[in-house]
Design a protein around this ligand. Structure first.
Ligand code: TYD
Length: 137
């Protein structure tokens, strides 16, 4: 059994001036951060992120707005709703995941454990299931 995805509650400082949250690598984020990217201006009804990573671990925060992340290990799908900027979703390598239901003006901030590498992606779901079956992911 591989590791499973989980919501990590981030620190939050709430006061009358507004709110502050933060993340630290190897603390809230359980890996060294090699890359940070963000997804924004997603048109209504669009889905993103239909793929698995062979090596890359990721950590996703809904900095603004809300969206769902569906994580699938080939047997079971789990839906995580990210709708607070003090929730992080840790997604270990080797899981298929999709992002959907983006609210207007939502911003997804993503941290990755490796530099961008197209060869690390599995973008075909049937290929993913095959790889799960033969243990290559
Ligand atoms: P893609 O992985 O298809 O987005 P999503 O995860 O939402 O499915 O990435 C879209 C494009 O951006 C693709 O051409 C690759 C490029 N890209 C980079 O160059 N560097 C990156 O770190 C990422 C995440 C994507």
């Amino acid at each position: 059994m591989g590791k499973s995805a989980q919501i990590i509650n981030l620190p939050k400082f709430l006061d009358s001036r507004g709110n502050l949250s933060f993340v630290e690598q190897l603390n809230h984020i359980p890996f060294e951060i090699k890359r940070t990217y963000w997804i924004y201006d997603v048109p209504g009804g669009e889905n993103r992120g239909g793929h698995a990573f062979k090596q890359n671990e990721e950590f996703i925060v809904a900095l603004s707005g809300a969206f769902d992340v569906v994580v699938d290990d080939g047997l079971e799908k789990k839906l995580f709703t990210l709708n607070r900027s003090y929730y992080g979703l840790y997604v270990p390598a080797g899981l298929w995941r999709e992002m959907e239901n983006f609210s207007t003006n939502s911003v997804a901030l993503e941290f990755g454990s490796i530099h961008y590498d197209e060869n690390d992606y599995v973008r075909d779901y049937q290929d993913y299931l095959k790889m799960k079956k033969d243990g290559t992911i």
